[in-house]
Write a protein that binds this ligand. Structure first.
Ligand code: NAX
Ligand code: ADP
Ligand code: K
Length: 504
C-alpha cells in the first residue's frame, strides 16, 4: 500500500471531487459513517460522547459523527471552536447548521473565551480539532485545550490524526501539544508518521477506515513510501518448481560467532535454512565446530585458524552471498579481518550486529562496502555507525541520506522496520510483534535476508520480504507461546510456516 503525504491526499481528494462529481459533503458523510460505525462497535450508548470540533473538514467529520451518534441514541456534547480568522469550512458550516436542533445533542459554538467542561472518566472524547490541514504546531488556546483533553482520564478517539500531529515529520512538535489518542481512526490512508516510533504515544491504537475514496485516483500517484503487505510478498515470492534441486537456491557463507556467542551463528544459520537456502557454510572460530555441527547439522562449518575469534575471512569458494556479523565480537583481530574482507569484496553483502560494530571502529570502511549491500542495524548499532540521534524520525532521515551516499540498503529494525533504498524509497514492515524482542531474533533475520539474496532476489526486495517473513514468523510463534516466552529458535521454526501461509 502506498503511503501518501497530506498534500497528495488533498490532491487525490480534489480529483475525486472534480472527476467523479462527489461533493466534499458526501466525502465527510462517508468518513463520518465509517467512524460512527467503528465507535458503535466498541462503546455502548450509555457512554457519554464529548465532541471537540475544529474549523476545517476534520471538524466537519466530528460534527457529522455527533449527529449520527445522537441518531443512534448516544448522549452527545459538542464544542465547536470557531475562533480563527478564516472562519469555518463550507462542510463544517453545513454540519453546524444541521446540528443545532438535533435532540440528544448539547451544542456550543465557541467564538471567544470558554470555560472548559468537566470531562468525566467514562466519557469518550472525539477529537476532531485538526487533521491533515494543520499548518504549524498548535499554540495559544488550542495548545491549552489539547493539554486539558490530555489531562482527562477519558478515552480519546482521534479522527484521521491526533490533533496537533503532522502526517509526515513531527520533530518540531512537543509531545504535550498533541492529543494523546487511545484510538486513531485514519480516513482512507495511513500516514508516514504512523510508522515512526516517536509518534506511537500520540496515536494509540490506529486503524484505517476505507471510504472508497481513492482506488482510481491513487493508483497513478507516485510515492516513495510503501507499506509492505502480505499480498505484496506473495507477488514477489517465487513458487518452487517441481523439478528443482538445492543448486537452484543459491549458496551462502555466514561469517558468525565467537567464544560465548556461537548461539548467534546457530540462529542466523537456522534463519537461512528455514527460508530455503540451497547451501550454507558457516565460518567461525574453531570453538564453534562441535556446537554447530551437532546443533545445525544441515550447515557446513569452515573453521578459522583461531580458537575463539575470527581472524581471517577468505572464502575458499564462490558464494552467491556473504552474510557477516552475528556474534563475531569486536576483537582487534576480527576488526582487521572484517576490514580486509570488505576491502576485497565486490558483491553485495549482508552486514549485521558486530559486523557493524567493527565498521564503527573504522568509519572509512563504509566507503568500501559494495553497492547494494544490506546493513541491518537496530537503533543502537545505527547510532554507533552514524552518530547519536535523539529520535527515530531523525534516524530515518539519516538512513535516507546515508543510503543514497553509500549506495547501500539500510534495514533499520524496530516495531516498524524500514528498508531504505538509495533512491529514497522506503518499505515499511509491520508484520512483527513484541514477541520478537528476544535475544537472537535479529540474527535470524540476517540469515533470512542473506538466504533470499542467494536465491536470486534483489537485495532491496530480499531485505523487505525477509523482514516481513521474519515478523510474521514471530507473530505465528506468539500465537502459540504468547509475547513473553518466544525464543529466537521458535521464530526460526515458524519461518517455513509463514512462507507457506503467504504462498497459499
Ligand atoms: N482525506 C480525505 O479525503 C477526506 C478528509 N476528510 C477530513 O478533512 C480533514 C482535512 O480537512 P481540512 O483540510 O479542512 O483541514 P483541518 O480540518 O485539519 O484544519 C484546517 C483548518 O485549521 C486551520 N489551522 C491549521 N493549522 C492551524 C493551527 N496550527 N492553529 C489554528 N488553526 C489552524 C486552518 O486555517 C483551517 O481553517 C482530514 O483530516 C479529514 O478529517 C473527510 O472529511 C473526508 C475525506
Ligand atoms: N516490539 C517489537 N515489535 C515488532 N518487532 C520487534 C519488536 N522488538 C523487536 N522487534 C524485531 O526483532 C528483531 C530484533 O533484532 P535485534 O535487536 O538485532 O536482536 P538481537 O541483537 O538480539 O538479535 C528486529 O527484527 C526487530 O524489528
Ligand atoms: K483530529
Amino acid at each position: 500500500m502506498k503511503i501518501f503525504t497530506s498534500a497528495q491526499i488533498r490532491s487525490i481528494e480534489n480529483a475525486v471531487i472534480e472527476k467523479e462529481g462527489v461533493t466534499s459533503i458526501e466525502l465527510v458523510e462517508r468518513a463520518a459513517s465509517a467512524i460512527t460505525w467503528e465507535i458503535m462497535s466498541r462503546w455502548r450508548p450509555s457512554r457519554p460522547m464529548m465532541v471537540f470540533a475544529g474549523p476545517g473538514n476534520n471538524g466537519a467529520d466530528a460534527l457529522a459523527v455527533a449527529r449520527m451518534l445522537a441518531d443512534e441514541g448516544y448522549t452527545v456534547t459538542v464544542l465547536l471552536f470557531n475562533v480563527t480568522d478564516r472562519g469555518l469550512s463550507d462542510a463544517c458550516r453545513h454540519y453546524r447548521d444541521e446540528l443545532t436542533n438535533v435532540p440528544g445533542v448539547s451544542f456550543t459554538e465557541i467564538t471567544n473565551d470558554f470555560n472548559p467542561p468537566v470531562i468525566t472518566r467514562d466519557a469518550i472524547v472525539i477529537d476532531g480539532l485538526f487533521g491533515s490541514g494543520l499548518k504549524e504546531p498548535l499554540k495559544g488556546g488550542f495548545k491549552s485545550l489539547v493539554d486539558y483533553i490530555n489531562s482527562s482520564n477519558a478515552t480519546i478517539v482521534s479522527i484521521d490524526m491526533p490533533s496537533g500531529m503532522f502526517g509526515e515529520w513531527n520533530e518540531a512538535t512537543l509531545s504535550r501539544d498533541v492529543v494523546h489518542a487511545t484510538l486513531t481512526l485514519a480516513i482512507e490512508f495511513p500516514r508516514l508518521s504512523f510508522f515512526i516510533q516517536d509518534n506511537a504515544e500520540f496515536l494509540g491504537e490506529w486503524k484505517v477506515l476505507d471510504i472508497k475514496l481513492a482506488s482510481n485516483e491513487s493508483r497513478g500517484e507516485q510515492s516513495p513510501y510503501y507499506l509492505l503487505e502480505k499480498k505484496d510478498v506473495k507477488r514477489i515470492l517465487r513458487q518452487r518448481p517441481e523439478f528443482c534441486s538445492k543448486a537452484d537456491f543459491g549458496s551462502m557463507l555466514l561469517v558468525a560467532g565467537c567464544y560465548g556467542m556461537i548461539g548467534a551463528s546457530q540462529m542466523a544459520a537456522l534463519g537461512a535454512l528455514r527460508s530455503g537456502i540451497g547451501r550454507l557454510t558457516v565460518h567461525g572460530p574453531r570453538c564453534g565446530f562441535i556446537p554447530m555441527q551437532t546443533s545445525v547439522p544441515e550447515a557446513m562449518f569452515h573453521a578459522d585458524q583461531h580458537d575463539i575469534v575470527i581472524t581471517d575471512i577468505s572464502p575458499k569458494h564462490e558464494y552467491d552471498v556473504v552474510a557477516l556479523g552475528p556474534g563475531i565480537g569486536t576483537h582487534d583481530y576480527t576488526v582487521r579481518a572484517v576490514e580486509n574482507f570488505i576491502n576485497m569484496s565486490t558483491n553485495p553483502l549482508v552486514i549485521d550486529a558486530d559486523g557493524l560494530n567493527c565498521i564503527a571502529q573504522r568509519p572509512n570502511l563504509l566507503e568500501h562496502v559494495p553497492p547494494m549491500s544490506v546493513i541491518t542495524p537496530h537503533a543502537g548499532e545505527f547510532d554507533r555507525l552514524f552518530g547519536p540521534h535523539t529520535s527515530h524520525e531523525s534516524r530515518l532521515k539519516t538512513a535516507v541520506e546515508k543510503s543514497a551516499y553509500y549506495s547501500i540498503i539500510i534495514l533499520l529494525k524496530g516495531r516498524y522496520t524500514s528498508v531504505v533504498r538509495p533512491d529514497g524509497k522506503i518499505y515499511f514492515i509491520g508484520s512483527g510483534c513484541q514477541a520478537l524482542a528476544t535475544p537472537g531474533s535479529g540474527d535470524v533475520l540476517t540469515g533470512i535476508v542473506g538466504s533470499f539474496i542467494a536465491q536470486g532476489y534483489t537485495p532491496d526486495l530480499a531485505a523487505a520480504i525477509g523482514a516481513y517473513i521474519h515478523g510474521m514468523a514471530g507473530t505465528l510463534a506468539a500465537e502459540n507461546d504468547g509475547t513473553f516466552g518466544v525464543l529466537a529458535t521458535d521464530v526460526a521454526r515458524n519461518i517455513s510456516k509463514a512462507i507457506r501461509d503467504i504462498l497459499n
